[in-house]
Design a protein around this ligand. Structure first.
Ligand SMILES: [Zn+2]
Length: 259
């Protein structure tokens, strides 16, 4: 019998970083060496010398701008467009995921929750690029997935990525379309009602469930308005459920356990 498998190998992703800050100037630090980058129209200046592109080595770097700074794994490529620096971080997939999981989840989330998020974030990468017309795969905003470099990387997020290595969600052999949220209004919507072109049978409206209630009396659904959201209700404390095909569903549910 002939068996065909789809094998996807992604060694790295290109992420456009800090674009929301519209930087005209920034300092890049690699191994203690500082370079001052400035954008003037479509021209890049590195330490006041005109340069078409700036490329850092791959061992990681920091960026300082105004009174802020941030550090990243991987390498950096910079050019100028319309008076702004375009900064693209090329980073290995696991390092990217370790950062994204920390950014998308509440600090201190349990390992199993981080692992579920890691699977979602990895699946999101594999579902395809939202920036086909741009020279990067992903942005660092919630348009794609929130990414803040080493700022959100912890031992726990690395562990979650490592323990789910290579795992992503598929439906009929294709990576699932992934949508997750940080804040729930009490019920998700059918994806089709939001994005008519994004139909997938598993993207159905679902009520949150409460699998780990401390109280013997479960919260009625939807939760009454006089219950104040706990921190876990306001943040990304997700749990992932998988139901085998043909009734395959991916449900991101809020763990609305009172604390
Ligand atoms: Zn994006």
């Amino acid at each position: 019998m002939l068996s065909i498998k789809l094998i996807m190998i992604i060694v790295g992703v290109n992420v456009n970083i800090l674009s929301s800050h519209h930087l005209e100037e920034a300092t890049v630090i690699v191994d203690g060496h500082k370079d001052i980058l400035k954008a003037r129209r479509n021209n890049l200046y590195v330490n006041e010398k005109s340069s078409e592109r700036y490329r850092s080595p791959s061992e990681g770097f920091s960026i300082e701008w105004k009174d802020k700074s941030r550090s990243y794994e991987g390498s950096l490529e910079v050019w100028a467009e319309k008076g702004e620096l375009i900064l693209v971080n090329k980073v290995e997939e696991d390092a990217y995921l370790a950062s994204v999981v920390g950014a998308e989840m509440v600090p201190g989330a349990e390992l199993e929750a981080l692992k579920a998020q890691a699977v979602l974030c990895r699946t999101f990468i594999y579902t395809g690029c939202r920036h086909q017309d741009e020279p990067w795969d992903l942005c660092d905003l919630t348009h794609c997935q929130s990414y803040r470099g080493l700022e959100t990387v912890t031992a726990a997020t690395w562990k979650a990525v490592a323990e789910t290595e290579g795992m992503f969600l598929t439906y009929h052999g294709e990576p699932c379309k992934i949508y997750y949220h940080s804040t729930s209004g009490g019920r998700t919507a059918d994806a089709r009602s939001i994005w008519p072109d994004e139909y997938a049978p598993y993207l159905r409206s679902a009520m949150p469930t409460a699998p780990h209630w401390d109280s013997p009396t479960p919260c009625p659904r939807p939760c009454p308005v006089n219950i104040k959201p706990s921190p876990s209700l306001r943040t990304s404390n997700h749990e992932l459920l998988r139901v085998p095909q043909p009734s395959f569903r991916v449900i991101i549910i809020l763990n609305c356990q009172p604390r």
